[in-house]
Design a binder for this molecule. Structure first.
Ligand code: MG
Length: 381
């Protein structure tokens, strides 16, 4: 029986994880839940899973949850998720909180578990090398929950690291993959939010349409797997069945396939290194007799090159790219900038910051400062 603590349990990944655990109660026991401000949903989850300690970052939400629950310890206020980690012993922590704000909690989680199932990609993009060093020093295994990186992790088990020739990251192409290029300047947030294959949160769905999501994932892959950016290739794969591939030096390509369902990478991480029986979604080759792979058009997706540039630059480049993108997506959602402007702003922020601050990451403070600077600059222009 594994004791699981879920950070960000009311978001899309957190809710999928709890849904999955409902069908695997002989393996997993939920011992702690944390969210930002969704008191009602968190209270419901605590009841459904018999959880006796929960945390809400927002104080007012904490008060609401106390009114809804009996016999449950409700921690609240800034830092309450870290307090939850301290109080409740867990084997696995699932970090499913969205955004850069999860950085401190993720580092804290490494002091309180043996296995970190990491769905928050920002932590790896911003401070991957620091985070993984920190995990290694504490003997914590980090398993990515991002579907592409879970796939790569699984494919890499087929050979040694020095036998890897190439990592092929797949992408669906996002909501606007077939929209004429000339129309992209007029796209509304609602249109950019219509993802063809995956159901996800709003920022990542916009990031899929611009392909900034893949840019972040390039940096994430470099951090996680220690590969040179020149060994990574991005391929447009409309069906979202092949979640990524690894090519070895003998010419063999290992791919991981399933129907697009985040419960599979979540399960892989929570149960690692086991593969428990799970009857949720089944993949049949007959249903997908035709799988397509194309090179993405650089004119449609300039973000891919931005991602490679950030990966080659290293240091604070990942933090700058992520923060600039979060701010630019917000500006687009608020109707202040046009869709193609998102990537342009990120590229400009990267130019400004990385010409001034070069070199490897030295501390988390440096990351947090770069994040704040880039966010301010993009929001101001
Ligand atoms: Mg992904």
């Amino acid at each position: 029986m594994r004791r699981v603590l879920v950070l960000g349990s009311t978001g899309s990944i957190g809710a999928s994880a709890l849904d999955l655990i409902t069908t695997l109660r002989d393996r997993f026991q939920v011992v702690g839940l944390a969210a930002c401000s969704s008191a009602e949903k968190l209270a419901e989850q605590a009841k459904a899973h018999g959880v006796t300690t929960i945390a809400l970052e927002d104080d007012a939400a904490g008060k609401r949850a106390r009114g809804l629950l009996r016999g449950v310890d409700v921690l609240s206020g800034p830092g309450s998720a870290i307090e939850l980690l301290r109080r409740v012993p867990a084997d696995v922590v699932l970090q499913a909180t969205v955004g850069a704000a999860a950085l401190a909690t993720t580092f804290a989680a490494l002091d309180h578990c043996r296995l970190l199932a990491l769905a928050n990609k920002e932590c790896l993009v911003m401070a991957g090398p620091l985070l993984l060093e920190h995990a290694k020093a504490r003997g914590v295994t980090v398993i990515p929950v991002d579907s592409e990186h879970s796939a790569i992790f699984q494919c890499l088990r087929a050979g040694r690291a020095d036998e890897v020739e190439r990592i092929v990251l797949t992408t669906s192409g996002g909501a606007l993959r077939d929209r004429p290029l000339a129309e992209l300047g007029r796209v509304t947030p609602e249109e950019a939010l219509r993802h063809p294959t995956w159901k996800m949160g709003p920022r990542i769905t916009i990031d899929s349409a611009t392909m900034m999501n893949k840019a972040l994932e390039i940096v994430e892959a470099v951090a996680l797997f220690g590969v040179d950016p020149s060994k990574i290739r991005v391929v447009l794969h409309r069906e979202s069945i092949v979640h990524s591939m690894v090519e070895f030096q003998d010419g063999s390509v290992i791919a991981q396939m399933s129907r697009p369902d985040m419960r599979l990478p979540i399960l892989f991480a929570l149960a690692y290194p086991d593969r428990p029986r799970y009857d949720g979604v089944r993949f049949s080759v007959r249903d997908f007799a035709k799988l397509t792979f194309e090179d993405p058009d650089p004119a449609r997706y300039p973000a891919i090159e931005v991602g490679f540039r950030a990966a080659r630059t290293g240091g604070i480049a990942g933090a700058v790219m992520n923060a600039a993108d979060e701010a630019a997506v917000q500006s687009f959602m608020d109707g202040r900038i046009a869709f193609p402007e998102i990537t342009r702003r990120v590229a400009a922020a990267l130019d400004r910051e990385t010409s001034a601050h070069r070199g490897a990451l030295s501390s988390l403070d440096e990351v947090i400062e770069a994040d704040a600077r880039a966010r301010q600059e993009v929001a101001a222009c």
